[in-house]
Write a protein of this length. Structure first.
Length: 144
């Protein structure tokens, strides 16, 4: 069974955009991996390093993230799916590595549609996947 990875932000707009995948293929024929990677924020305060989220906070975030992704999978009618929540200082690289680890056939990303200077200075996840993903990439554009 071919493996398709859906990378998602947790906002409703992004999740709704990813639902368009059902118009491109019969979702019952594939194994889906729904992925969200939280970024570790590291900062310094009075000569001490702190990071957010802590391990305890991440466990709570992971449960909430997994619940959102499971609900999304159920709404989509996905029969064969896995949810994955990661914590990394470089989410883009972690997601590229994940694609290699599971030998994915396709990754799907929802773009935000930033234009002008916003698009120039926005570090685009979709652009990163186009360059570094070991599989094909399907980028879904936002609704007009």
């Amino acid at each position: 069974m071919k493996k398709i990875v859906l990378f998602s932000q947790l906002e409703e707009e992004s999740l709704n955009q990813l639902k368009k995948i059902g118009t491109h293929m019969n979702v019952a024929d594939f194994e889906f991996h729904l992925v969200h990677c939280h970024k570790i924020q590291v900062y310094m305060n009075e000569l001490s390093l702190y990071s957010y989220p802590s391990e305890e906070q991440f466990e709570e975030m992971k449960k909430a993230t997994d619940n959102i992704l499971k609900q999304f999978a159920n709404e989509m009618g996905l029969k064969h799916f896995h949810v994955h929540s990661f914590l990394d200082s470089d989410p883009k690289d972690r997601c590229s590595t994940f694609l290699e680890d599971i030998d994915a056939n396709l990754c799907v990303v929802a773009t935000r549609g930033k234009k002008g200077l916003d698009g120039v200075f926005e570090s685009s996840f979709a652009n990163h996947m186009n360059k570094y993903a070991p599989c094909d990439v399907l980028a879904l554009r936002p609704a007009k």
